[in-house]
Design a protein around this ligand. Sequence first.
Ligand SMILES: [Zn+2]
Length: 410
Amino acid sequence: MSDIFKKIVSRTQDYAQDIYDFACELIQVESCSGNERGVATLVEAKMKQLGFHDVIVDNMGNVRGSVGTGQTLIAADGHMDTVGAGNLEQWARPPFSGEQDDNHLYGRGASDMKAAIASMIYAGKVVQDLQLTDQFTYMACATVQEEPCEGLAWEYLIEKEGVSPDFVIIAEPSDDLISLAQKGRMELKVSVTGKSAHASAPQMGNNAIYSMAKIVTELEALNDNLEIEDKDLGKGSLVVSEMLSSAPSRSSVADYCEIFIDRRLTWGESPQYALEQVKHLPSVIAAQAQVELPTFEEPSYTGLVPHKECTFPAWKIEKDHVVTRSTVEAYEQLFDQSPTLTTWPFSTNGVAIMGKHNIPVIGYGPGVIAACHVPDEYVIKKQVLRATMMYAAMCITYSNTCNQESVSHA
Ligand SMILES: [Zn+2]
């Protein structure tokens, strides 16, 4: 291990207890989506205390702060919101106790993703202490409302706040693996209007449920026949998840029917492509069905009301991309072993950053995927430290690789 990586390791170890304690402090403040203010206040104060510059809480309620003065901007993202605690009787420890033992931190958000936020912020402190910051600027971003609407916060940061990183580290739980891709998803609403009639004379009406039944049958077949397949992410999928209908009474022909579709998008399937696929089904055309994209309109804790189409495109970074190579090198330098590369089974803010805006994304974060969204959520302390080291080291390896390659191309 070369000198600089040794220093990152030892400096991170010096801060180990501070990192764990800050993560537990974050866990102790309940922050379901739309209720992140308490955590945002702690994050803002910690960034200022540790000497971050340009600490900003934007109008949506996202908190970001930077260290360093270089042109290259490397961002790390962690969402401040968590899912609810669920049934409290299923928890061995109270969900917001923020307890720790020798090897773990416990509570809702431990893995998803309060320990990650602590790792991201302390990585900034480490690079600053070691005076590594003239080559790059490192920005920690703690974001809102990821759980119900991933990508929402980063659409805001990129489109409204003008944040434009060279790449973004998504610090979602990765079990110490490096994630290079995720499937996208979208929601679709299909509605059919029919004509009611007395149930004793059905030939006088036009039954919306019968029209929808043909659509549902074709959708089931479409799922079985999706053509695009990615070698890492496989095929997309499609599920009819909800159906509603109405009629003037139970003795009438139904005059309205709607369904919701959950569509998982593989690499190569855009939301527009998936929308057109449904619009062009023969049964959809025959019934003159409406095909719409639902929107997300839940206000953030600051009161900002979004109007976001529920489309979340897939993202994927190649193995030979400079971001992937420098992330692998950081791992090898720090831990003296090769990392395992993987893809994420869940969705992240990468859908906006890379899926929509083409800014490279890579995934590495402390946390056990199986411990997320379940009772007795925990995170492994060793992974929390490794993530802190990785975020600091990735700034170095990325800057060095870019410098070497621009010299060799000059
Ligand atoms: Zn998450």
